[in-house]
Design a protein. Sequence first.
Length: 393
Amino acid sequence: MGIKVSIIYPVEPSYIIGLLDGLSKVPDLQIEFLGSDRSEIVRNKYSNIKFINIRGSQDPNTPFLNKLLRIFKFYLQLFKYVLLSDTQIYHLHFPNKFLFLDFIIINLILKIRSKKLVYTAHNIDYNLRDKKQNLYKTLIFKIHYKIVDKIIVHNRHSYRILLKTYPFTYNKVSIIRIGLNIVAAKTNLSKTEARRMLDIKPTAKVLLFFGGINPYKGLEILIQALANIVKVDRNYLLLIVGSPRDKEYFNKVLHLIEYLNLKEYVKGFYQFIPDDEIEKYFSASDCCVLPYKYIFQSGVHVLSYSFGLPIIASDIGSFKEEDIIEGITGFTFQAGNILDLTSKIQFYFNSKLFDNLDNNRDNIINWAKEIYSWDKIGLNTYNIYKEVIEYER
């Protein structure tokens, strides 16, 4: 008899669709996926996955009253589902905004119904970001981690932090990597054509900062490093691609660019980038820079690798420990150190990694397909499901 799993509270489509693709290849696994309009792509795509659109539209521009109605309908359908479903295991991801409802009430209902709970902790510090609610959130997560049967983290750094913060989770935690982005369209677009599309000169040394613009991502560090670099080489260009998530911080970034007289060296696309338009930014660039101040996992580094683009990243989280092979897939620099980042960028453009970039892109893609394989991730996740079922027996 196969295992039946319900996957709810789905995260961004780029992750969840990859996970579903990997899980779909497991023969004795049935999945009910509770998604939204953004994940309609999986409907009827896999024979062993039933898609249920429980969340509907996630349009942030929806009028306030319509948002309230949307939230009410979602929870009404969710409660009905958890009360009636015959699934054995629930695989949970990010909660909604109502932590007590999502992580306590619903979880308790599921445990009363003798369901097994697996939780993927994408960000260990989720409950520590808002200092005013630190005690409340820590308590919620403590209860949540006690309720669930298994916890999945994405790297050894997250594993260590979770055990340090919640030592009682020791026997519950497993490490399963994030896989390659399989949602962004890939058409083998050449660097020449991509730069023509973006109006970038062929000889430019292009740095890419990609993703939501948040204070913790350290964009200001990269901008200050760029200011150092163009003093000796005016052939650099920084592409900033992504939507602002913090208006105050974003305004500081724009002011810094103007203050340092970098407007001619920065090209900004300050908006959400659809999956079918991502490729041109990575194809046009020479490296992707991740100057993060702290991170537990990043989807950007695997997105970059999926296009074969080397990475220069701060030496935090799993970047230095697991995700970057120095000189082969990129380089790391001392987090927050503007001079070290300046030096590493200059070093990269004088390295063999850059000199032979076309061939090295292929090497990075092939390496990443092996390391970040969704087939392996799907099988490892399935083994977690089997473990919680067999433990009950």
